[in-house]
Each structure stands twice: as structure tokens, then as C-alpha cells.
Write a protein that binds this ligand. Structure first.
Ligand SMILES: Cc1cc2nc3c(=O)[nH]c(=O)nc-3n(C[C@H](O)[C@H](O)[C@H](O)COP(=O)(O)OP(=O)(O)OC[C@H]3O[C@@H](n4cnc5c(N)ncnc54)[C@H](O)[C@@H]3O)c2cc1C
Length: 386
């Protein structure tokens, strides 16, 4: 198989210059205060790193998914952990617009996205439909020649408090008149509209981002704010959701490495029973096994990213990469916590935060069960189970 990983370390070095300015203490404080990491965001923007998937003509640096993954992994490993997710989500949002927006929308939004001057949150998930995206109930009805009115409820929306825009997925055709995966449309709506009410949700980890349920009542949106083709949102977005799985893998393996670097240092320095705890194989072997799992997950992540950059099919590899990296990062953070012993349970030592944060990736952006269901169907030819 021809796999060009294109591992030039230009982007890693560039990200390294930023990420090393934001050390463990910075991220610990962000987590404690539950504040958005503005300075980190601004530093990424200042280096043009949000433009990695944006064409030069719109102010981007026009690279591919491999580079996005390398930069994300570097940021996660030194020292953002899953804070690096903000970088990759900002970048992937730009891809939605590069691939789907009208020329006018691209001219307007892409340069601002490249400069980190816009935040756009995705409002897809609904309480009733869960993982079954095609079952969403939010409805957009054409009310005039060039206008829709949208009503419905969304949940778990990242950063809805800071977003300039929400990218709202709504049903524009009822199931029955079209296939389940058709009849969905993406609308770009101003997040501060009076027709949008947000309620903050409390959650286990990922404290650098707030999540909201969102109620949308008779929101009027011009048809010029449709992103992609009316009724075809699912087909317009599916490749980018697969890219998101790959880039998320990079965030996870980087976080796993970060946890293991804390654990290895602790294992060398901490002396109990007259020697370093790391001199015991009972401490060494779980950590050695964890780093091997991270390496394997990274190989799959890079394979998936490389296939994507070559324009080849990469959906199966994206599933494998996310499955393996979420598993490997959970093993790594759990074993790191165990290595730190009681200290691992305390906030001052950071590892408990990585452990809490990676847990979400067995549920989001797709659950482990749905990944396995897709793998069983696509890779093994078993009947579709969902
Ligand atoms: C921190 C966080 C941030 C998020 N950010 C966003 C965001 O910004 N925007 C957005 O739109 N969404 C967001 N989401 C939503 C997320 O992507 C998922 O779609 C959502 O969490 C689905 O959860 P649910 O509990 O409703 O799933 P459910 O569908 O209710 O599933 C519950 C459980 O049942 C299992 N299950 C369901 N069906 C099957 C089946 N057929 N076979 C086997 N198992 C099955 C699932 O795997 C899961 O374990 C976020 C979620 C979280 C946790």
C-alpha cells in the first residue's frame, strides 16, 4: 500500500513554538476556573495555525489532514491535553465552509476563521434522537421565497456561550418523502439571536469548554445562509465528520503521551521501600504496554489522515483510529493515575484531569458502540445493526 505520511516536521515545530508557552500550570488554572483559554487561542491564531485547512487565497496555509493531526498531537502532548481539541475543532469548522459554502460566504468567513476571529459551534445533537442523527426533529420551514423559519431544541453544544454563529442542522423534508439521510439542511445562524435561548450544562471534564442545551423558537434565517446543498447536509458533512474522527485521535494520543510523561517522571523520582517505584516491573509493564498502544493508534491515525490527503477512501481507517486512540488514551491516563498513587487523585498533579477528559471519547463525537457497529458492517460484511 502506498502510504505517504509526509511527516515533515515543519508544522510540529510551528505548533511547538506556541504550545510550550502554555505549560501545565496554565492548563491547570484554566481547568480550575473553567475559563476559555483565550491566550492559547490567540497564540494559535497569531501563528496562522487555524488556517491549516484553508486555501492560501483566503489567508490559510493550505495543508492537509496529516499536518492538522501532527500539530494537534504536538499541542496535546505539550501541554494542552484535550485543550488541543479547540484547535482541531476550529480548523475542521473551516473545512465545512471550504467544502460547502457559497463564494460570498467563503469570502466573508474563511479569512476570519483563519485569523481565529470567529467561533462557530455545531448544533446537531438532540435529546430525543441521540446518536440517530437522521431522527432529529428541529424543523426548518420555508416561510417566504428566500427565508426559512427554524424551531426545535439542541443539546450538548460546545461553546454556545462564546460562538458568533451556530451551524444548525434542521429537517427540511419529512422522513418518508425522502430517505432518512436526506432532507437535512445546515443553516448558519447568529448565535446571539433572541430566538435562541441557551442553558449551561454541567459535565465531568473538558472544563475549558462549556456546553449548552439550546432552544430555537421561530428563528428566521435567509436561504443565503444555507451551508451546502439544501436537503443534503448529511452527504455534505460526512467526510468532514470522518476527518474529525482522525484529528480527534491525534488529540487523544497526544494526551495519552502527556499522561505517560508525567507518570514516567513520577515513577523515576518517587522512592518507596528504598527505591524508585519505576524500578518495579509492576509499575513499568503497564506503562510500557500503554505507550505501545499509543504508538499503534498513532500509526492508524496517520494512515487514515494520509489516505484522506490522497483523496482516497478513509472512513474505515477513521473508525479504527478513533476506536484505538480512545482505548489507548484511556489505558494511558488510567495507568498514569495508578502510577501517581493517591497523588494521582488530586487536582495539583494534572493526571486526574487527563483521565476525566479522555473518557468522553467513548461517547463523542460517536459512541464506541456505534463505531463497532459501523466496523462490523463495513469491514466484516455483517448485517447493519442500527
Ligand atoms: C462533551 C460533549 C460535547 C459534545 N459536543 C457536541 C456539539 O458541540 N454539538 C453537537 O451537536 N453534539 C455534541 N455532542 C453530542 C455527541 O456527539 C453525541 O452525539 C451524543 O453524546 C449522543 O449521546 P446520547 O447519550 O444521546 O446517545 P444515545 O443515542 O442515547 O446512546 C446511549 C448509549 O446507547 C448506545 N446505543 C445507541 N444505539 C445503539 C445501537 N444501535 N447499538 C448499540 N449501542 C447503541 C450508545 O452507543 C450509547 O452508549 C457532545 C457530547 C458530549 C458528551
Amino acid at each position: 500500500m502506498d502510504l505517504d505520511f509526509n511527516l515533515d516536521d515543519w508544522i510540529t515545530k510551528k505548533m511547538n513554538g506556541v504550545s510550550r508557552k502554555f505549560d501545565d500550570a496554565y492548563w491547570r488554572e484554566i481547568s480550575r476556573s473553567r475559563k476559555f483559554p483565550d491566550k492559547y487561542w490567540d497564540a494559535l491564531a497569531g501563528e496562522g495555525l487555524f488556517g491549516v485547512l484553508i486555501e492560501n487565497k483566503y489567508g490559510g496555509i493550505e495543508r492537509g489532514l496529516v499536518d492538522l493531526c501532527l500539530a494537534t498531537k504536538e499541542s496535546a502532548e505539550h501541554y494542552a491535553g484535550l485543550g488541543s481539541y479547540l484547535y482541531l475543532s476550529g480548523s475542521l469548522v473551516s473545512k465545512i465552509f471550504s467544502e460547502n459554502a457559497t463564494p460570498e460566504m467563503k469570502e466573508d468567513l474563511l479569512p476570519k476563521l483563519a485569523r481565529g476571529q470567529l467561533k462557530i459551534s455545531i448544533a446537531l445533537t438532540e435529546e430525543e434522537s441521540g446518536q440517530e442523527v437522521s431522527a432529529i426533529q428541529t424543523k426548518a420551514t420555508k416561510c417566504a421565497k428566500e427565508e426559512f423559519v427554524i424551531s426545535g431544541s439542541k443539546t450538548f453544544v460546545n461553546n454556545a456561550d462564546l460562538a458568533d454563529y451556530l451551524l444548525i442542522f434542521a429537517r427540511t423534508k419529512v422522513i418518508g418523502s425522502v430517505k432518512k439521510t436526506s432532507g437535512l439542511t445546515m443553516f448558519l445562524a447568529e448565535a446571539d439571536s433572541k430566538a435562541i435561548k441557551k442553558k449551561k450544562l454541567e459535565k465531568l471534564g473538558m472544563d475549558f469548554v462549556n456546553n449548552f442545551s439550546v432552544k430555537i423558537s421561530d428563528l428566521r434565517v435567509s436561504s443565503s445562509r444555507i451551508v451546502g446543498v439544501e436537503d443534503e447536509a448529511w452527504h455534505n458533512i460526512v467526510k468532514i465528520f470522518n476527518m474529525d474522527r482522525v484529528a480527534t485521535s491525534a488529540s487523544l494520543t497526544g494526551t495519552g503521551r502527556l499522561a505517560l510523561s508525567h507518570a514516567s517522571k513520577w515513577a523515576k523520582d518517587r522512592k518507596v521501600f528504598g527505591k524508585s517505584i519505576g524500578a518495579n516491573q509492576g509499575i513499568q509493564f503497564p506503562l510500557a504496554d500503554a505507550i505501545a498502544q499509543i504508538e499503534i493508534a498513532e500509526a492508524m491515525m496517520l494512515k487514515a489522515a494520509s489516505l484522506a490527503d490522497q483523496g482516497k477512501t478513509f472512513a474505515n481507517e477513521a473508525n479504527y483510529a478513533l476506536l484505538e486512540s480512545s482505548g489507548a488514551s484511556q489505558v494511558a491516563t488510567d495507568r498514569a493515575l495508578q502510577t501517581l498513587g493517591g497523588h494521582g487523585y488530586y487536582r495539583d498533579y494534572d493526571v486526574e484531569r487527563y483521565w476525566r477528559d479522555v473518557r468522553v471519547y467513548k461517547l463523542h463525537p460517536i459512541s464506541e458502540e456505534m463505531l463497532l457497529a459501523s466496523i462490523a458492517e463495513r469491514s466484516l460484511g455483517l448485517p447493519r445493526s442500527y
